[in-house]
Design a binder for this molecule. Structure first.
Ligand code: PLP
Length: 464
């Protein structure tokens, strides 16, 4: 099978894919019938499929390709690292230059005293590390009963046993015996869907105070940590009201529990600062990173840990690690990615150019009859689809039907935009230009027009 190449006819590739390749988060039988779209090349913000279509990728892959696809410098860095040291581990008292240099670079970029990095192969692995790390921390501090980790419904922290349990996605919990014990969830700060008659500000406070109520219910002496994404990504790009994070920070401080910011999406420039914690004004003890750390050129993740927690953990052997923790190739690519980010001032580009330009056009989407609200933080955005904006109404047809058909219209119009229920979301490469933003908005308008016509034709245009 080593002879399979881009030059095979699409139908043949699709048949082999259906026969042998099980896709993540996919209904396999349904996809096999339809045939997966085969992506053959990518450059900048554009993908090319096996039929030669040029697709604008407004999701940067899975929120990760921040510097854009196909960069020559990255190819050079990979080749050089493989020639020099293709693999070695960091167990058993050895180390290597890419892991040292990357850990030092991350410590320099991260705020406050987040000075220590434990590497993993992905965001899920890093959050599994965090579960064991915070419990082990409290055990070493003489408080072994502090084992509970609190999180939010509809948060996303990965899909392994541990990280999927931290997340609050019910379809994930429904399969495979999750959540694991001693993880509890509180409500999410999604004002559009759940805020009712309250103002966004009051609703933000209400949802944050659920943390305090939960801590009291469980007993503060049993709570180890709270984890949250500064801006929820996979849950639908839920940007919390401004009152939310300051209140969460106050509660964590008051009860002395560890705060973990899952920065897998928001880290490395996505929100217009290096980290989403800076944008939201929070001071986490631990940050989870992955995705944008290497712009998706290699699988790598990690936990960035503050001085005090790292010192306590360092006191004896932490019986934990991955064969590929700090993998030299992945670390070298992450370093080259961060070098490019700094040299090209990508974070400034997001904050001063791309975000302000997109913000105006994104907000104008609310002129479309199907779009209720349009939210944007840095370069992560969402729009809420609704048949009746005055009531923030959901569709009677059931959640996600209209979102799905809108996603299909986007894809047909060579735009990758994802749907989460009936929210449409974007997180384009951070290097996107203003001309490419114009194209994104053009294709989005066309797709929304078509989706609304289709929803009406199929009898889906009714409010719940
Ligand atoms: C994607 C994601 C993860 C999981 O990362 P993987 O590399 O897919 O394991 C964790 N947290 C957040 C916020 C994510 O968006």
């Amino acid at each position: 099978m080593s002879r399979i190449s881009n030059h095979l006819p699409t139908a043949e590739l699709q048949a082999l894919d259906a026969a042998h390749h099980m896709h993540p988060f996919t209904a396999g039988a349904q996809l096999a019938e339809k045939g997966a779209r085969v992506i053959t090349r990518a450059k900048g913000v554009f993908l090319t499929d096996s039929e030669g279509h040029e697709i604008l990728d407004a999701m940067a892959g899975l929120w990760c390709v921040n510097i854009g696809y196909g960069r020559e410098e990255m190819a050079g860095a990979a080749a050089a690292q493989i020639r020099e040291l293709s693999y070695y581990n960091t167990f058993f008292q050895t180390t290597h230059v890419p892991a040292i240099a990357l850990a030092a670079k991350i410590a320099e970029l991260a705020p406050g005293d987040l000075n220590h990095v434990f590497f993993a192969g992905s965001g899920s692995e890093a959050n599994d590390t965090n579960i064991r790390l915070v419990r082990h921390y409290w055990a070493r501090k003489g408080q072994p009963e502090r084992r509970v980790i609190l999180s939010r419904w509809n948060g996303y922290h990965g899909s392994s046993m541990g990280s999927g349990s931290l997340g609050g996605m019910k379809p994930i919990h429904a399969q495979g015996g999750m959540p694991i014990p001693e993880i509890y969830h509180i409500g999410q700060p999604d004002w559009w869907s759940e805020g009712g008659e309250m103002s966004p500000e009051d609703f933000g406070l209400k949802r944050a105070r659920e943390l305090e109520a939960k801590i009291k219910e469980i007993g503060p002496e049993r709570v180890a940590a709270f984890i949250g994404e500064p801006v929820q990504g996979a849950g639908g790009v839920i940007i919390p009201p401004p009152t939310y994070w300051p209140e969460i920070q106050r509660i964590c401080d008051e009860y002395g529990i560890l705060l973990i910011a899952d920065e897998v999406i928001t880290g490395f420039g996505r929100t217009g600062q290096w980290f989403g914690s800076q944008t939201m004004g929070i001071r986490p003890h631990i940050m989870t990173v992955a995705k944008g750390l290497s712009s998706g050129y290699a699988p790598i993740g990690g936990s960035i840990i503050c001085d005090e927690v790292a010192e306590v953990i360092a006191g004896d052997e932490f019986n934990h690690g991955y064969t590929y923790s700090g993998h030299p190739l992945a670390a070298a690519l992450a370093l080259e990615n961060l070098r490019i980010m700094e040299e090209e001032r990508v974070v400034d580009h997001v904050r001063n150019t791309a975000n302000p330009y997109l913000a105006v056009k994104w907000a104008q989407l609310t002129d479309h009859p199907m779009v209720g609200e349009a939210k944007l933080c840095g370069l992560m955005g969402s729009i809420a689809l609704t048949p009746d904006k005055s009531r923030r109404a959901a569709f009677a047809a059931g959640e996600g039907k209209v979102g799905y058909l809108t996603r299909e219209r986007c894809f047909a119009n060579n735009l990758v935009m994802r749907h989460v229920g009936d929210r449409m979301i974007i997180a384009p490469p951070l290097v996107i230009t203003t001309a490419e933003i114009d194209l994104l908005i053009d294709r989005a308008w066309t797709s929304l027009d078509e989706a609304m016509a289709q929803a009406k034709a199929e009898g889906l245009w009714q409010a719940a």
